[in-house]
Design a protein around this ligand. Structure first.
Ligand SMILES: Cc1cc2nc3c(=O)[nH]c(=O)nc-3n(C[C@H](O)[C@H](O)[C@H](O)COP(=O)(O)OP(=O)(O)OC[C@H]3O[C@@H](n4cnc5c(N)ncnc54)[C@H](O)[C@@H]3O)c2cc1C
Length: 466
């Protein structure tokens, strides 16, 4: 016996609930399945809890810097990790229950709790029940990738999920992986008071960024006392009494980093390994991501894949945008495509990095004639006034069309200010639109027109690391 729906949604992350609302709103009877925590990664172990903790870490940092602003505090800042955690838990829980209550109260929507598994192209098994629908939407997200190395089974380690339960201060946190997740935890725990070492295989942290951006990030973290080990691959973990030793393969520096705790932040993998994709005939790529076309249709008609599991994004905003694209195509006769979107994201160290479009190195590689403008945050009044002058911003434009190709703002307010550039990129307007606009003083954004007034030819590779 199976229950028939118009649509089945597997996963309640950043795409599933919104899509369910659109489908039920269009009169469809929808089943949505969640195996663990409503709201998925972003709400429970990703964006929301980490940014909540980044805010606590910023407060600790500002208390330590209070004297710089003429504010005198008596005694050193002390971070109460139990209170940091309970603030984080409360904010996550509010969001999680918001998603759950929203879905449970949604007309035409039935919520199932359990692991959903495809049994065919129209059937999904959840616990003892079989659900049937002509349309299935997979929004199963991803989880931390665990690098397989000797010693893993013998030592305790954290992932981005298990570290959410920490309510104490690790004496020394060794972080394996210098990408966005590792770096956010690195600065945060350093500010809480831990010693922190980041072990990164590549020659730079945040390795997808331009070298000038990565180098500035390294400087920001090192200035706060985070130890950064580059060109160092962790090959083995072992116990050293109370400590955990990470053995590294490196050309310089110690071959062993010992810490009281280890965080594995070496990437993510999709939750597609126990989903019955083979039973339904849904194709995946060599990393397990579900193969989709520009409208997020899988290899099987009637099955779509949205969010982190399709490998097309890796962010909350890309997952949500996936849901908008699918809903627009299915319900609105509005041909929206994944390829219409412009890459954009932020890295939430402090100061944050806001990014839009191509990197400088991608533009150089493409060979297209381009212009570049740069400005250090020391020349941004708002940053000077706030006493937050680390970082810089840069923008690249097409030398012929004057369209903006990409930008990076590593500096105070960079995660917000980048949107003034991003929106003009979506409008496909020339950069002169921003240059001629009157911006508000004093803001970070007001210096973008100034930077655009100082564009120079991008030049050859030699000029890249200025
Ligand atoms: C530490 C960290 C910080 C991050 N910070 C940011 C940030 O600042 N900004 C940003 O944009 N992104 C950030 N991300 C990424 C962001 O969290 C994800 O890109 C986003 O949550 C992806 O949403 P999703 O809907 O694809 O999947 P998820 O949010 O992972 O949701 C998938 C859901 O499906 C459920 N599920 C899985 N398999 C099944 C099954 N078989 N049956 C039933 N249910 C199932 C899961 O339990 C989960 O609830 C961060 C990630 C991490 C780990």
């Amino acid at each position: 016996m199976s229950t028939t729906y118009d649509a089945i949604v597997i996963g309640t992350g950043q795409a599933g609930p919104f899509l369910t609302q659109r489908l039920t709103g269009a009169g469809m009877k929808v089943a949505i399945i969640e195996r663990k925590l409503f709201g998925g990664t972003c709400v429970n172990t990703g964006c929301i809890p980490t940014k909540t903790m980044v805010a606590s870490a910023y407060a600790a940092h500002m208390v330590r810097r209070a004297g710089d602003f003429g504010v005198m505090t008596d005694g050193a800042a002390r971070v109460d990790m139990k209170r940091v955690k309970s603030r984080k838990d409360a904010i996550s829980e509010h969001s999680r229950s918001g998603v759950e209550n929203w879905l449970r109260g949604m007309a035409n929507c039935t919520v199932y709790q359990g692991h959903g598994r495809l049994e065919s192209a129209q059937e999904v098994r959840v616990g003892p029940e079989t659900l049937r629908a002509d349309r299935i939407f997979i929004n199963v997200g991803g989880r931390a990738m665990l690098p397989q190395m000797p010693g893993m089974e013998a030592v305790p380690y954290f992932t981005n999920s298990s570290i959410m339960d920490v309510d104490f201060l690790p004496r020394h946190l060794a972080i394996i992986g210098g990408g966005s997740i590792g770096l956010e935890f690195a600065q945060m725990y350093r500010r809480f008071g831990s010693e922190v070492t980041v072990i990164e295989t590549g020659p730079h942290l945040a390795r997808h960024e331009d070298e000038d951006v990565s180098t500035a990030i390294e400087g920001i973290l090192e200035q706060e006392g985070v130890e950064v080990r580059l060109n160092a691959t962790c090959i083995r973990l072992s116990r050293r009494g109370e400590e955990i030793a990470a053995h590294v393969d490196c050309v310089a520096g110690d071959r062993e980093v010992s810490g009281s705790h280890v965080l594995l932040a070496a990437g993510r993998r999709p939750n597609t390994d126990d989903l019955g994709l083979e039973e339904a005939g849904v194709a995946v790529d060599e990393h397990g991501y579900i193969a989709v076309d520009d409208q997020l249709r899988t290899s099987v008609p009637g099955i779509w894949a949205l969010g982190d599991c399709n490998g097309k994004g890796g962010f909350t905003h890309t997952a949500f945008n996936d849901a908008e694209i699918v809903a627009a195509n299915l319900l609105d006769h509005d041909l929206r495509k994944v390829s219409d979107r412009i890459p954009a994201y932020a890295l939430y160290i402090d100061p944050p990095l806001g990014r839009a479009g191509l990197t400088e190195k991608e533009i150089r590689r493409s060979g297209r004639p381009a212009l570049i403008g740069r400005r250090p945050m020391t020349k941004v009044g708002r940053a000077v006034e706030k006493g937050e002058t680390q970082g810089f911003m840069k923008i690249m434009v097409d030398a012929g069309t004057h369209e903006i190709l990409g930008a990076a703002i590593l500096g105070t307010g960079g995660d917000e200010a980048i949107h003034s550039i991003l929106d003009v990129m979506y409008a496909r307007a020339p950069y002169t639109v921003i240059q001629r606009a009157m911006h508000i003083h004093p803001t970070v954004s007001e210096l973008i027109p100034t930077m655009l007034g100082e564009l120079e030819p991008l030049g050859d590779e030699a000029g890249a690391s200025r």
